[in-house]
Structure formats: C-alpha cells, structure tokens
Design a protein around this ligand. Structure first.
Ligand code: SF4
Ligand code: SF4
Length: 598
C-alpha cells in the first residue's frame, strides 16, 4: 500500500486500477475529467484508456469490454449521462459479465453545467445500484466494492461523486499493483441480443435483484447508523461530512444514518433507523432520492422532513453553514446570531473569451458578414465558445446541449422563414453529436449555415484530443478525421475553410456561405491560444489613435482597454498579437510589434 494526497477524481482512477480495470473510456466534462486524465498520466501497460467521441460511445465501449469479462470504467459528467441514456437503459436489462463501473460526476451548484440533474435519480430510473461517496478516501474504496457488486449481480454499478468530492483532496491508501483482470473472452449467447421476450423476462429479474441488492447493501461499511437519540438525520454523499461536523459542533444527540448507497436503500438498516427515531431530517444535495425512500418506509408513522417539507433547499450545493442552520432549526436550538466578518467585495469578472482566441475573430467575422441581413439568428453550442454570447459580441442567441445548435437552427429556420440561421459548433462537439444534425439538415433540405470553430482541441475541459486532432488519449498518433471530408460526405455541397484571423477572407467566406440556398458550412481553423507558446509578436496602439473606442466596444478582447484619456492601450503580457483589433480600427492606429521592444 502507498499513501498519497489525492483529488477525489484521482482516487477514483486509482481505485479502478486497484480493481484491475482493463478498459476505461470517457468524454471530458467538469467535474469528471481528471479520472481519465489520471489514467492517462499513470498509464499502466495493458490498460486501454480512451477519450471517446461522446458519452454514449464511451458507455458502449465499456459495455463491450465488460461483455467479454473485462473490468471496465466509463466516465462522464451528469449531463453526459443524458447522451448515454439510450444504451444505459438497455444495458440494465442485458447486464455485464466483467465488472463495469459508470462514474458520473454531479455538479450541484451548478458550477460549470447546464443543469443540476441528479445521477441517483437516473440510477433509480435504470434500476441500477449507485454508490455515493462522501470523500476521496471513500470514493477509492467504493470503486473496489462497486466492481465486486457489479460482477455479483451482473449489472453495471454507478459511482456518483459530486464536485466537492471530485475536487477535494485527502490522504488515500492505495495499491495499484493489482493484476489487470483479464477478460476470458466473449462467449456467444442469445442473451446478449435484446429482444422483446428477453426484455420482459429480464425486467422481472431486474426487479427481483432490487431487493437482493438492498439486503446486500446492509452489510457494507458505507451504510451505518452513528450516534444516539430520538432525533434522526439521514445523509447521503458529501452531506455526511457537513452533518457530522455540525452535530459535533452543536454537541447534539442525534441518530445519524449515513447512506452510502442511496439506491436501492439498504433494507434492514433503513427499517431499523425509522423504528428508532421520532422524526427524521434528510440532508442530501439535489433530488430527494433518500427522502422519498424514507417517506415510503416511514409510511406516515414518523415525520420525514427535508426538501418536500421546505426544511432543506431544493437546489444548489450544500455547505457546512447550510446544514448547521437546518440542524439548529430541526433540533429546536436557539438560532445563532450571524457574526460574519465582512469580507471585501471581490471585483466582478465576467467570463470572457481569452485574449487572442480565434473564436472571437470567427464570431466577429460572422457578425460583419451578416450585418446587412434582415434577420440573422445565431445558434450556439456547448464549449468555451458559448462565451460568444457576452457583450460586445452577442453572437450566441441559443444554447441547449451538446450538438443541439445545428438542429435548433433547423427548427428556427422552419418556424421563422424570414431569418437566416447560423449554427456555431466547436470541433470536439462536432464529433460528439454535431454530425447527425448536419445529416438531418441536408436530408431535410434546410437552409442553414454551419460554422465549425475548429481550434484542434477540446478546449473547455483542458485540451483533450478528439478524432480530428491526430492524437489519442495516451498521446499516440491516430488518423486525423477531416471535418471538411465528413461535411461533404454528409451531403453539404458548399464547404469552405478559412483562418478567422485572415479577417477579410473570413468575412467573405461567411457571406458567401450565408448567401447559399441550402446547407452550407465554413470551417474556421486556428489553434486554441491556450495551446500556443507566447508568440513574439504583439500589437500596440500608435499616436494615430482618435479614441473612438471601436476596438474595445466591438470585439471585447480583455487585452485592450482605454486609458484615463480614452486612448486604447494594449496590455502586452495578455496580448497574443492576433491582429483582430487592428482590423477594427478605422485609422490604422494598431500596429504589430515585437514582444520585447517595438
Ligand atoms: S492583437 Fe488585439 S485582439 Fe489580439 S490579443 Fe492583442 S489586443 Fe487582443
Ligand atoms: S479603434 Fe483605433 S482609434 Fe479607435 S480607440 Fe481603438 S486604437 Fe484608438
């Protein structure tokens, strides 16, 4: 055994290695990304690690490996589970042979997600067991248990860490010298093919397993009753730590029920807990998953308070302070006076595209190219380019979920005949779920323009490779799939490629594409600035500046600001010399120079 200070996501990866995982597949998404990154960093020979094109692909890859008896890991964030939900629902019927853990990181808050959805609800919906770690150490142990549990019941098992667990650090005892569990090969059986008669039978078996699993969960150390008293508190996930600390600080007599496996709930422990208390407060982030199961068990004999009763917040991330306040009210203790030290207000810093980001140039070129249209609608997508919605660009009118920009544009084009709809999509998102939307647009004969913002990486989550980059997760070479070839193969007749910093050409290409009747596409190609070495060239403002403020008001580059007199000033350490501001200036007051001396 070794001990290391690990982030929760690292602990999950180490747990998978300790369990002998041989195939790991995922799609990047905060707060789950570091699980696969850790497996890439350690890379144990014989363990296959991949960034898949999307979560559905990752889940299917992991399922295929588990069909053959290998232990597999699939990782994603909570919204990715929606993409993977189709295979997931069938997989719960088909089952697996080797252990399969689906690690889905939830984002209460949400800190960096479209939704706060709760994976425990998905586990219940799919009738699959879920482990809900309260800390990085527990996450490591739970991965080991989840593999054993998965193999025992021939079902995939969920691990559902939340942002606090994923990104918190703690000492973790680990041992990754375990042998990789070798697959004993795929055995052909009719049960691997889902047909109605089999589904009917499997559904019955799956329902039977719920009770067996609930009884099995009684024996696991992650579920336990602590403390004493007739006042009950039930907790799930990281809320356990908040509640434990608050109870200790209040010196209260409380019977604390720690639920580490919120679905299905442990059977005997749940009955024992309900019969030992006069009331219960349930503390769990997001959905009332434990609360609803306790309400059923209590059957009106014991009041169960929580989100439904308004005693706990229904949304957002919990904290020690929130839980302590709720406990004080529940226990009838005197309310504490709020003696908070006033902290100085932090300056507001709205999220903004990086200085020199090629997406800024693409958005601005599209804005200029479409300025004479009667009506243009700009459909955005998920990625750092969603920030194109901010002023002064204002170039993202819609944003729903991965890949939806292209299809939303089609719906808008059908419903608003007078508008020209442009869909912006990043290269990684194009491979993730953009391609079917392009096929639909061509097939349906819709008149839209797709602008692929190709910066050759999955920038938002930390520069992961994708099928267009020519690299795989482990850094080895891969065929680089060409976006233009794919677009043409999908039937797009008009495709052009531009460098968005070649501004006039970019405007011209977008104008021509927008004028094309039918599906047209422009691929705006320039690498992500975060991947580039600081260039030698930067821009500076010369004496010709007439203080019109255009360079600041039109493009919103954080490297260019006005001085007290209203004259534009370029912040040299931030500037990448991309030259976009020079394209905007009406009097050629912005020039290119060398980083060290003009
Ligand atoms: S050249 Fe202009 S637009 Fe480009 S990074 Fe520098 S200040 Fe920003
Ligand atoms: S656009 Fe040109 S003239 Fe106007 S403020 Fe910027 S640098 Fe000065």
């Amino acid at each position: 055994m070794s001990v290391k200070v690990c982030m929760g996501n690292e602990a999950i990866a180490l747990g998978a290695l300790a369990a002998g995982v041989s195939v790991a597949a995922g799609y990047p998404g905060t707060p789950s990304t570091e699980i696969i990154e850790t497996l890439v960093g350690i890379h144990k020979p014989g363990v296959s690690v991949q960034w898949s094109t999307n979560e559905k692909a990752a889940l299917e890859v992991a399922a295929g490996a588990a069909y053959a008896g290998a232990r597999s890991l699939c990782t994603m964030k909570q919204v990715g589970l929606n993409v993977a939900s189709d295979p997931l629902m069938s997989l719960s019927y088909i089952g697996v042979k080797g252990g399969m853990v689906i690690a889905v990181a939830d984002d209460p808050g949400p800190w960096s997600s479209q939704t706060e959805q709760d994976t425990r609800g998905f586990a219940k919906h799919a009738n699959l067991p879920v482990f809900d770690p309260s800390s990085p150490e527990e996450a490591y142990m739970m991965v080991l248990s989840a593999y054993e549990f998965s193999e025992k019941y021939s079902l995939p098992a969920f691990l559902r860490p939340t942002t606090r667990v994923c990104h918190a650090s703690a000492d973790v005892d680990f041992d990754i010298d375990a042998e990789i569990k070798k697959s004993d090969g795929f055995e052909k059986r009719p049960e691997w093919c889902i047909f109605p008669a089999l589904s009917y039978r499997r559904h019955g078996e799956l329902e039977e397993k719920q009770g067996e699993m609930a009884r099995d969960f009684d024996k696991m150390p992650y579920n336990r009753i602590e403390g004493r008293g007739r006042k009950g508190v039930a907790v799930s996930g990281v809320s356990y730590l908040y509640a434990k600390e608050a109870i200790a600080e209040l010196g209260a007599d409380v019977l604390l029920y720690k639920v580490g496996t919120p679905y299905p709930m442990p059977e005997r422990l749940t009955k024992k807990f309900i019969s030992s208390v006069d009331s219960v407060l349930v503390v769990e982030e997001l959905d009332p998953v434990v609360e609803e199961q306790l309400l059923i068990e209590a059957a009106g004999r014991v009041p169960v308070l929580g989100k439904r009763s308004g005693d706990m917040p229904k949304n957002g991330e919990y904290s020690f302070e929130i839980v302590k306040k709720a406990l004080i009210k529940y226990l009838g203790l005197p309310q504490e006076k709020e003696e908070r030290e006033e902290l100085p207000q932090l300056p507001v810093r709205p999220p903004v595209l990086c200085a020199g980001c090629p997406h800024r140039a693409s958005f601005y070129a599209a804005k200029v190219a479409t300025k004479d249209l009667k009506k243009a609608i700009y459909c955005g997508d998920i990625g750092c380019y969603t920030l194109g919605n901010a002023a002064p660009l204002n170039m993202v009118d819609t944003c729903l979920c991965m890949g939806a920009g292209i299809t939303i544009a089609q719906g808008l084009a059908l419903a608003d005949a007078g508008a020209k709809c442009l869909a912006f999509i990043g290269d990684s998102t194009f491979f993730h779920t953009g391609i079917p939307g392009v096929i639909n647009a061509v097939y349906q004969g819709t008149d839209i323009t797709v602008i692929v913002l190709d910066n050759r990486t999955t920038a938002m989550t930390g520069q992961q490779p994708h099928p267009g980059t020519g690299k795989r997760a482990l850094g080895d070479d891969a065929p680089a799939l060409d976006i233009e070839t794919i677009l043409r193969a999908c039937g797009v007749k008009r495709v052009s490629r531009v460098n968005p910093f070649d501004f006039e050409s970019a405007v011209g290409a977008i104008r021509e594409a927008v004028g094309f009747a039918g599906v047209s596409a422009v691929i705006a190609e320039a690498p992500c600035v975060a991947q580039l070495k600081k260039p030698e060239a930067i821009c500076f403002v010369n004496d010709k500046c007439i203080k019109c403020g255009r360079c600041i008001k039109e493009i919103g580059c954080p490297a260019i600001t006005p001085d007290e007199a209203g004259r534009a000033v370029v912040n040299a350490p931030l500037c990448t010399g991309c030259g976009l501001c020079a394209c905007v200036c009406p009097v050629s007051a912005i020039e290119r120079g060398e980083r060290n001396g003009k």
